[in-house]
Design a protein around this ligand. Structure first.
Ligand SMILES: Nc1ncnc2c1ncn2[C@@H]1O[C@H](COP(=O)(O)OP(=O)(O)OP(=O)(O)O)[C@@H](O)[C@H]1O
Length: 239
């Protein structure tokens, strides 16, 4: 549970994500999705309750430590990366994950293993053709794939994708999600996404959060048919 002053943003949420899951968290604006993700990553402390990762209680564990334990969220690429090539950006993240620091990143030569690992991640995300492009020159959908590449460099066991298709034109979001869907099952994925077409195509389990609580959880078919879920979304589009 998380409260802000007297306001209850998440209320007795019991979310269990199974290993290998493709689990989406949906709900109308203000439902508490981001708050819940922030509780999982350690950006926020819960007012009550606990967070477990792979059977370990991580409620009081710092964000970077949770990340080291395999709980990784995507983050927006910042200015620093704009002038770097795609390969340099991901190689820098790989280097950091390996504890090699980030001072060396120019030139890349002489760091074969790091570069190989970065290239493998780019290949997995179909970014290899853009390896030597500056990140800022890529189409937005492909920039968002770089964010996922940076997260994969952290060797996640659980990957939290917070609106990976936000701001991405429909023509690109399809491809973005096809690539996400091909990620290996060793990586458990928790997704927050507003585009229901993408959610229902990708997720195998969906939790619907409304007013800070889980209204219903289950397979996509069940969620799609659920009268309360329809009500919530109809209510939103009419409101
Ligand atoms: N730092 C904060 N201080 C006060 N209230 C907050 C804070 N963060 C979130 N809230 C409130 O908690 C509720 C849940 O917000 P949250 O951002 O988690 O919702 P959401 O489901 O992610 O919404 P959206 O889909 O619009 O991103 C909202 O009513 C919001 O105003």
């Amino acid at each position: 549970m998380r409260t802000f002053g007297g306001f209850v943003a998440t209320d007795h949420v019991n979310l269990v994500v199974e290993p290998g899951a493709r689990h989406a968290l949906i709900g109308p604006n203000g439902a508490g999705k981001t708050t819940l993700i922030n509780l999982l990553t350690g950006y926020l402390e819960p007012s009550a309750g606990r967070v477990e990762l792979l059977g370990q209680d991580v409620t009081t564990m710092a964000q970077h430590e949770r990340c080291r334990q395999g709980l990784v969220r995507t983050f927006q690429i910042n200015q620093l990366f704009a002038d770097m090539t795609v390969l340099e950006s991901v190689a820098m993240a790989v280097s950091e994950q390996r504890g090699l620091g980030t001072r060396w990143w120019k030139p890349l030569a002489g760091h074969g293993e790091v570069v190989d690992q970065a290239a493998a991640i780019l290949e997995r995300l179909k970014l290899l053709p853009d390896a030597y492009e500056r990140t800022r020159n890529l189409a937005y959908g492909r920039q968002r794939l770089i964010e996922i590449a940076l997260a994969l460099a952290m060797r996640p066991k659980v990957l939290l994708l917070d609106e990976p298709a936000a701001g991405v034109p429909t023509s690109e979001s399809q491809e973005l999600f096809e690539t996400i869907a091909e990620l290996p099952r060793e990586v458990t994925i928790v997704l927050i996404e507003h585009d229901m077409n993408l959610v229902f195509r990708f997720a195998e389990r969906i939790s619907v959060l409304v007013s800070g609580a889980i209204l219903v959880e289950g397979a996509p078919d069940m969620i799609a048919q659920h009268p309360r879920v329809k009500e919530v979304y109809l209510g939103e589009s009419h409101g």
